[in-house]
Design a protein around this ligand. Sequence first.
Ligand code: GUN
Ligand code: ZN
Length: 432
Amino acid sequence: MADMILRGRLLTFLREPMTPQDDAAHLYIEDGALLIENGKIKARGQFDELAGLAGEGVKVIDHRPHLLVPGFIDTHLHFPQVQVIASWGAQLLDWLENYTFPAEALYADPDHCANMATRFFDEIITNGTTTTVAYCSSHKSSADAYFAEAARRNMRVIGGKVLMDRNAPESVRDTPQSGYDDSKALIESWHGKGRAHYAITPRFAITSTPAQMESAGALASEHPDCYIQTHLDENHDEIAQTMALYPDAPDYLGIYEHYGLLRSNTLLGHCIHMRPREIDILIESEARPVFCPTSNLFLGSGLFDYEGLRARGAKCAIATDIGGGTSYSMLRTLHEGYKALATRDGTKMHPMRAFYWATLGNALALGLEDRIGTLEVGTEADLVVLDSSATSAMALRMERCKSLAEELFILQIMSDDRSVAQTYVAGKPMKA
Ligand code: GUN
Ligand code: ZN
């Protein structure tokens, strides 16, 4: 028997909306319902039909008039940076040195890791995000805590311990051998267990010696189904320092290419200042660029060329990049993304495209669209319930709302966790 029926205004995407008028890209059911069984979506449709199908006695949770959409997916953020957010006055490299590395050093302590993991996932759930792709610190304990807490909540997550063996204080450095051994042990413990996936995580070329890049490449070839995540072309000083450390490389992305780190399950954070050859090999390798708007604006890193990369066929993901990023909310991220694209070249990200991006778009970028990111039957019941009138200002604006797209734009521009009425992970309500 089904566990329950969720009733509400269902919205899910079938594919990317190509124009604002492309209504065939989404499915919307005004009085819709999902039948949930064993953490998955068993059936989807009109409430009346589903209630008949489920039979007597199945619990109905009525979320009307709220929207029921797939849980948000955050494709790049840093678990040990929950207390780094809102650190003043720096660009990338001094921000790392002055704020980030000292905060990450605390994750040598497993108790601190466990405490912060609970608090991290509380914030994630509060904001309607159901899948995270996280960098942990260089300490194995941080990744163990991240995966253990996600498993406790039965969340589909991706993560990995950072590999970094130079240009950082000793308290956050590993070695090529210890980084390799710890990654291996973490893959063994967590990858493919429950809903977890491992990401091999060389932080970026500046903090890894060639010997460590070799060992990251070895891990990558030994584990083709693990993700790979790193940073690329975020900041001009970063690029200059990188090229000084790897003088034989043709360009920044050429370093990752050389060590066998580029493939379709590689996630490249930022990708702001790319050279033409880098774009060519990005496209050829099918690696995914990740747009991190709140971080790019906060650190003054620059403006991501979404239209340019998309026109070349890149599958771009979007993410918060906590704690260079300033909000856990994917709604807030889409809001700042809208402004960043409008400022760069006048692109006006349509709200249908925005909601597609934070759900199915990110699922496709991760290759997980058969499990998360939609309300398709058979997929995992990771969902968010959104209240478009959560604040008095939103309610006032909603009085003149005439379409679903307009409502989504109000959510995108005016809201954050205040609109998240409930978050379901594998069919279980998680928001207190
Ligand atoms: N590049 C290397 N490490 C980091 C990080 O922690 N945050 C950001 N935004 N960029 C990075
Ligand atoms: Zn990052």
